[in-house]
Ligand binder design. Structure first.
Ligand code: RUB
Length: 351
C-alpha cells in the first residue's frame, strides 16, 4: 500500500490537518473526542473498529466520515482478502453508523461500485488508488470552495460559524466553512471569527477554536444562545456554516442549532451561507424535512466529560441535526461557485 503512505507524507508537508491517514499497514485517526487538550492518534486495522469510531464520533464531520467510509472499504478488503461479499458487508456496517450526513453513504456506495466492477487481479491496490482519488478530490473541492467563499468576505468582517466544519471534519485543508475562513485570512483580510460552542459535543469550543488557533485566526468563543443578541448589536457581519446534507431545494441539514442562528440572521439582515461540495447535495431528497435525522443518546446531553450536569432521572433529547429552510439561506458555496435562489435550479449546475 504505497500510494496512500506516499500521499500521507505529502499531505502532512502541505500544512494540512489530516483527520485520517494510512501508515505502516494501519488506518490512523485523530481522536476528536480527546481534542483539544490531547492530540491522540487512534490506530486501527478492522472495519468494525472504524465503524465504532464513526458511531461514537471519534472521527466526525460529514466530509471526514465520507473519507473514513472509503478507508473502511479498504480495511474490509484487506481483512477479507478481497472477498466481494464481505467487502459489501463492511459497506453496510459503515453506512449504518450515522444516518444523516450523506457523504458517508455516497462514498461507500461509490467504493462498492468500483469494487464490483473491477476485473483485475489486485483488488487491494485498486481500492487503495480509489481511496487516494476520493481524498484528493475532496481536498481539491475544499480549496476551490474556499476561494469562491472568500470572495464573499470583506476586510474587517466578523464571521459566525457553528459546530466544526473544518480540516478535521473534511479532508484536511479546512473542510468547508473553515476553508472559506482560512482562505480569506490567508489572502490578507483582517477577519474575526465567533465560534459557537455547539452543545452537547462542543465541536465549536473544542475543535473549531483549536484549528483557528493553529492558523492564527483571531476568534472568540460564544455559547449557542448568544448569537441573536450579538447580531442585534451588529457584531456579526456574515454567517458561514458547513453542511451534512443539502436537499435538492436547498434546505440544509446541519448540526443542531444551525436553524436558530439562521432565524436570527434573517431577523437582523445578516447574510447566512452554507459551504458545501457537490458530494453533499442529495438530489434524491426534495425537501430537507423528509430526511432521517439522527437522535443520539440522551446521556450525551445530561453529562459533560463523564460528569452529570442534571439530576439522575432528568430526561434529555438530542436530535443531532436540524433543518434550515432554503428561504433563510443567502447562498450555497460550492466548488463550482456560489449558488443562489432559486436553489432548485442553481444546484443543478453543481451536479
Ligand atoms: C458535524 C456538523 C458539521 C458538519 C458540517 O456533525 O454538523 O457542522 O459536519 O461540516 P457531527 P462539513 O459533529 O455530528 O459529525 O460540511 O465541513 O462536513
Amino acid at each position: 500500500m504505497t500510494i496512500l503512505k506516499d500521499l500521507s507524507i505529502k499531505w502532512k508537508e502541505e500544512n494540512l490537518i489530516l483527520p485520517i491517514w494510512y501508515e505502516d499497514g494501519r488506518v490512523n485517526i485523530i481522536d476528536q473526542i480527546k481534542l483539544p487538550f490531547n492530540e491522540e492518534v487512534y490506530s486501527l486495522d478492522s472495519v468494525s473498529q472504524l465503524a465504532r469510531a464513526i458511531k461514537d464520533m471519534t472521527i466526525r464531520g460529514s466530509g471526514a466520515i465520507g473519507i473514513a467510509g472509503a478507508y473502511g472499504i479498504l480495511l474490509s478488503a484487506v481483512e477479507s482478502n478481497g472477498d466481494i461479499e464481505r467487502i459489501k458487508e463492511g459497506g453496510l456496517l459503515l453506512k449504518s453508523t450515522r444516518p444523516t450526513a450523506v457523504n458517508l453513504m455516497k462514498t461507500v456506495d461509490e467504493m462498492i461500485q468500483y469494487v464490483v466492477s473491477y476485473s483485475g487481479d489486485d483488488i487491494i491496490s485498486y481500492i487503495e488508488h480509489m481511496v487516494a482519488e476520493v481524498v484528493t478530490r475532496q481536498l481539491d473541492y475544499e480549496k476551490k470552495l474556499g476561494e469562491y467563499g472568500a470572495k464573499l468576505i470583506q476586510d474587517g468582517d466578523t464571521i459566525l460559524t457553528h459546530c466544526h466544519s473544518g480540516a478535521l471534519a473534511g479532508a484536511g485543508f479546512g473542510g468547508r466553512a473553515l476553508s472559506v475562513i482560512r482562505t480569506a485570512h490567508e489572502s490578507g483580510m483582517k477577519i474575526h471569527v465567533f465560534t459557537s460552542e455547539t452543545r452537547p459535543y462542543l465541536q465549536g469550543a473544542r475543535i473549531t477554536a483549536y484549528e483557528l488557533m493553529k492558523w492564527g485566526i483571531p476568534h472568540t468563543l460564544i455559547t449557542d444562545g448568544m448569537s441573536g443578541y450579538l447580531m442585534r448589536l451588529k457584531k456579526i457581519q456574515k454567517i458561514v456554516v458547513g453542511s451534512d446534507r443539502i436537499a435538492a431545494n436547498g434546505d440544509l441539514l446541519n448540526k443542531i442549532g444551525t436553524y436558530m442562528h439562521a432565524l436570527a440572521a434573517k431577523e437582523n439582515d445578516v447574510p447566512f451561507y452554507t459551504a458545501t461540495s457537490s458530494h453533499t447535495i442529495d438530489y434524491n431528497l426534495s425537501n430537507g424535512m423528509d430526511a432521517k435525522v439522527e437522535f443520539r443518546n440522551e446521556e450525551e446531553v445530561t453529562t459533560i466529560n463523564g460528569q452529570r450536569i442534571a439530576l439522575e432521572g432528568t430526561r434529555a433529547l438530542y436530535p443531532s441535526f436540524d433543518v434550515t429552510p432554503n428561504e433563510l439561506i443567502t447562498g450555497i458555496i460550492t466548488e463550482k461557485g456560489v449558488m443562489t435562489k432559486p436553489f432548485t435550479d442553481s444546484l443543478l449546475k453543481v451536479k
